[in-house]
Design a protein around this ligand. Structure first.
Ligand SMILES: O=C(O)CCC(=O)C(=O)O
Ligand SMILES: [Fe+2]
Length: 249
């Protein structure tokens, strides 16, 4: 089956339930901002989506030796350009905090069920090839057998090293906002695509996130949200996907 992008670690569709209030303090973090990037498809940059403590915690997880990879295609794994993944303890209070925040952000747009959280480490040469997060074929929850897809995506720049170069998330079919001086918007940059048209690249600013809607109202995948993680050419980037389950029944 073609599921687009997934972790080889767990079956596509494995899920976590968002626990209600662990008393961690991190659920009191409301430090994020909202910057619209596009209305169709809806895209929003979220500076300060996670707190410094959360960034440090999720970066620290990676000291552990996990060898799984973010999977888009066989070739990237073979060529060792697929980033490595560390699975998170889904009951960890930090995981609960992030998912609660994502759930509040989504409001009535999404179910409270999320796919398993993991963090991805990108070193030099690591990249993620062109894909949509919304899957070409519906995903299935292994427990309940309910079908769902990824209607909404957050990609969180958990941490970028000070010397990071490259690693932008590049949307070749999204024109950069017009009528603005991009130099006053340090989180984004225009990059020309294969046909010479400018696309939008979101910079991996530590603790920020980029959010988008990857499916159209009629339930089909919005191909204009195809994107790739550009190669890291220097330094290190830590990233995290947050995918709410959009049930199809
Ligand atoms: O590395 C990036 O900037 C994007 C990664 C991505 O698109 C994904 O993991 O689905
Ligand atoms: Fe993606």
């Amino acid at each position: 089956k073609n599921y687009g992008i997934y972790s080889e670690l767990f079956p596509a569709g494995a899920s976590t339930e968002v626990a209600t209030t662990a008393d961690t303090g991190c659920d009191e973090y409301h430090g994020y901002q909202i910057e619209f990037l596009s209305s169709d498809p809806l895209m929003i940059r979220i500076p300060n989506f996670i707190s410094p403590a959360e960034s440090a915690f999720f970066t620290g997880i990676l000291a552990q030796n996990f060898t799984y990879r973010l999977y888009v295609n066989e070739e990237d794994v073979k060529n060792e350009i697929a980033p490595r993944l560390a699975v998170l303890d889904q009951h960890d209070p930090y995981v609960t905090c992030i998912l609660n925040r994502a759930q509040h952000f989504l409001g009535s747009m999404a179910s409270p069920d999320f796919e398993l959280l993991s963090v991805a480490r990108y070193g030099v040469s690591h990249q993620v090839s062109l894909h949509t997060d919304a899957s070409p074929e519906p995903l299935e929850d292994p427990k309940t057998k309910r079908q769902f897809n990824r209607r909404t995506s957050f990609f969180v720049y958990v941490h970028s090293s000070d010397d990071l170069e490259g690693g932008e998330t590049y949307f070749p079919q999204i024109p950069p906002p017009s009528n603005v001086d991009l130099s006053t918007h340090p989180g984004i940059v225009a990059v020309n695509n294969a046909s010479g048209q400018p696309g939008l690249a979101v910079k991996p600013v530590s603790r920020s996130a980029v959010f988008w809607l990857g499916m159209k109202p009629d339930g089909t995948v919005d191909r204009s949200t195809i994107h790739k993680g550009l190669p890291v050419t220097k330094g290190e980037k830590i990233g995290m996907n947050i995918w709410a389950k959009h049930y199809l029944d």
